[in-house]
Ligand binder design. Sequence first.
Ligand code: 4AD
Ligand code: MG
Length: 430
Amino acid sequence: MEHVYVSDIAKYEGQEVILKGWLYNKRSSGKLHFLQLRDGTGIIQCVVFKGDVPEEIFNLADKITQESSIIIQGVVRADKRSPIGYEIGVKGLKVVQMAEDYPITPKEHGVAFLMEHRHLWLRSTRQHAILRIRSEIIKACRSYLDDNGFILIDAPIFTPAACEGTTTLFETDYFGEKAYLTQSGQLYMEAAAMAFGRVYCFGPTFRAEKSKTRRHLTEFWMVEPEMAYYDLNDDMDLAESLLEHIVKQVLKNKRRELETLERDISALEKIEKPFPRITYTEAIEILNKKGMTMTWGDDFGGDEETVLSKEFEKPVLVHRYPLQCKAFYMKADPQDPRLALCVDVLAPEGYGEIIGGGQREDDLKTLEQKIREHNLPMEAFKWYLDLRRYGSVPHAGFGLGIERTVAWICGLHHVRETIPFPRLMERITP
Ligand code: 4AD
Ligand code: MG
């Protein structure tokens, strides 16, 4: 007899099959036990009828505890009341391991309790929906870039220098020398872009964020495309196309999961190119009209991003921030050298920044000057400066944060549920 998965059950109507999984839930009434078996691909009701099975199987079904691992043999029957259209008429039941009292019960638990039990919490329907959507988002990022001429180039995790400011570096001992966990693969992607033209990396990045906000993790995943001979406009076009592609692919392949999360799908259906583009200066005007008191030169925090992104139904591209707000590698706008040729993409519905990027400084002398101004160690950037010595060209790129994108697309308030095992300032377990 064949071991089949719940997701494929329709193919086996009328046949006897084997399902291997765990007991999600159970309900009994007289001569019947209704076992909800989950196997990772879905949940199916397995009906144990007293008249159909030997007595010891019926009694075993009565005793099985929540989350016990079980193997069920039975016949696949169409059933109109079932959310998946089928149920199993049980003939055989084996308990692989009888679970102890399971700490997560169908009643409501507090977030702290659930976070502490994240290793078990992952088994719930809601977490399944979120992490399946996460998987689809990653797939969509990768397939879009893979299909559009990009090459995947992996960036290192141990790095000798800061990319995104020295205040959020995780330091580690590297055989007696200081090394840091990477904040971004960008500088390595710039080298790769000069070798391959259009490249991207996808991997974990680390920031010692001392802020406890709903948007910050200390370990998060980023997709970072980098393109030779791209300017800021080309960069913005790519960010827009990539985001449109991601949302469309999730709508196409993960609609059921979005429904499980009760996501407002109509809001996602509006995500079509072109997206609005505003300058930083225009953004400041909007914020001040909304009653915030911003002066030109201030950087945006979470509150400002929330207000701005509620103004638009689509992601908004905010470009040309003051150079002083941004990292050392940003190229100044030749039209107005106070501005950086950069872009942040803010997701709508108050989600805020999901993408940060821009055009890179490509002139050797200017870049050396910027490294000095930012008090960064010139020696550590020697290799990076080589890229401006040997065939420097205009180039641009950006980083898309996976978790914030998942939070937006799933409609979650906090990023902690968007990653299987979140790392936050106050949490490193499980
Ligand atoms: O804006 P950021 O800091 O840009 C960079 O790191 C560039 N070097 C990327 C590049 O151009 N290749 O980060 C990019 C994105 C943010 O827009 C956000 O989505 C995410 O990374 N991000 C975080 N996500 C979760 N927790 C944090 N602490 C994050 N910091 C940044
Ligand atoms: Mg940023």
